[in-house]
Design a protein around this ligand. Sequence first.
Ligand code: CA
Length: 164
Amino acid sequence: MPSIAFDGIGGINLIWAETPGNVDGPVSVTIRYARFNNTAALVGPASYTASLTPTPFPINSHFNIGLLSNDYQMLAASGCVLYGAYARTDPVNPSHGASIFVRRIVIDCAVADADADSMVTSADPPAFLAAFSSGSATADVNMDNSVKRAGCCDFLAAYSTYGP
Ligand SMILES: [Ca+2]
């Protein structure tokens, strides 16, 4: 069963276990993530999709997704950050059973979250300005490994979109 969470900017996020259709032999599973920008977007394709498991993992007698509703995944949101949790086997040693993994998923508004509290508030511009003026890596919001004017433009554009 998919897990769903609303994020801090009105997006709808889902994770689910994707299994192939009828196949003979061992079944491999991929944990998928999708984001819709808002409820109106639900009628169309997802705004963003990704695989949370880079390599499909096998299920076995010790770990069987879908058996008795055991899908072993959940999604929680905190403003600009989501946390997807799921269980999977090791693709190399599936007989070792399953382990629990958590993935941190950062959405677009995080560029405006200068104080990293997962929300875009009026506290973020002064936090960004302090980081920018001191050359702190915190102000490298566009992740180009430098603190330059372009990062400032990215912050202002994100804040004007997602800020209060
Ligand atoms: Ca913030």
